[in-house]
Design a binder for this molecule. Structure first.
Ligand code: CTP
Ligand code: MG
Length: 252
């Protein structure tokens, strides 16, 4: 008897929202500043270009940068880049704009901030495998600081940190879950700071995948200084290291 043919895993796409204006960085488009000799955006995109489990890249960029980025990123050798779209007024709008051009046969969609270049390839592999198996997953790290509310320059009650996590990206979902989450949010006027919130709002569970604190979001000038110090060490310890292929054989 012929063995039943195993279904091949579907395509994995990543959406990178990069249409922000860097208000907390002092009004500079931090995603285009150079880190380790290349624009921060490109350093982040290269993580996915080099990862065997990711097949397609979609970028949401400031409207005035869409055309030039299309040309430049192709010249930079980003073979997985499928489209660059104009982002929106919020991160959520930018992700939604890119999600609209992701083909419906894509199985899993990742969302990852352009300003988080320090992603571990092995964590990315675990995240993708978890999203394939369970439908939704995000990198996150348990809170380790003592938490306390404050009002009028005075501390008030202490907040238990038990069961609390600092959410990171990438976050990964079945394409339909993410699409439904964004449609639902648009209908109800919900604005959220990450995609887990939108997917949970339609009742879908999201799994915790351990991240690491080096996967920082470069938000303030102090973050930028720290990223500049970290970069040479990161680059030296990640040179020539690619994640071992897992279940990455795509359908197409
Ligand atoms: N982003 C986006 N579209 C927006 C706002 C943000 O694509 N309208 C992107 C940013 O470019 C960044 C990611 O979302 O890659 C995380 O946002 P954040 O760190 O807040 O960046 P900015 O919005 O640029 O910074 P700020 O909030 O300080 O203005
Ligand atoms: Mg912002």
């Amino acid at each position: 008897m012929p063995r039943p043919r195993q279904k091949k895993p579907g395509q994995v796409a990543v959406i990178v929202p990069a249409a922000g204006s860097g208000t907390r960085m002092g009004g500079t488009r931090k995603q285009f500043r150079r880190l380790g000799g290349l624009p921060l955006l490109l350093q982040t995109l290269l993580v996915f270009e080099r990862h065997p489990d990711v097949h397609q890249i979609y970028l949401a960029a400031p409207a005035d940068a869409v055309d030039v980025l299309r040309m430049e990123l192709e010249a930079d050798g980003l073979t997985k880049l499928r489209d660059v779209v104009a982002g929106g007024g919020t991160r959520q709008d930018s992700v939604h704009a890119a999600l609209r051009v992701v083909p419906s046969d894509v199985e899993v969609v990742l969302v990852h901030d352009a300003v988080r270049p320090f992603v571990e390839a092995n964590q990315l592999a675990v995240l993708i495998a978890t999203a394939r198996a369970e439908g939704g997953a995000s990198l996150a790290i348990p809170v380790t600081d003592t938490l306390r509310r404050g009002h009028d320059e005075q501390f008030r009650e202490t907040v238990s940190r038990e069961h609390l996590y600092r959410m990171q990206t990438p976050q990964a979902f079945r394409r339909e879950w993410l699409a439904k989450g964004h449609q639902h949010a648009e209908r109800l006027g919900i604005q959220a700071t990450d995609d887990v919130n939108l997917v949970q709002a339609i009742g879908c569970p999201v799994q915790i995948v351990p991240g690491s604190s080096i996967n920082m979001k470069i938000t303030t000038p102090a973050d930028w200084d720290l990223a500049t110090i970290l970069w040479p060490h990161w680059e030296a310890s990640h040179e020539n290291r690619t994640a071992p292929p897992t279940d990455a054989t795509p359908d197409a």
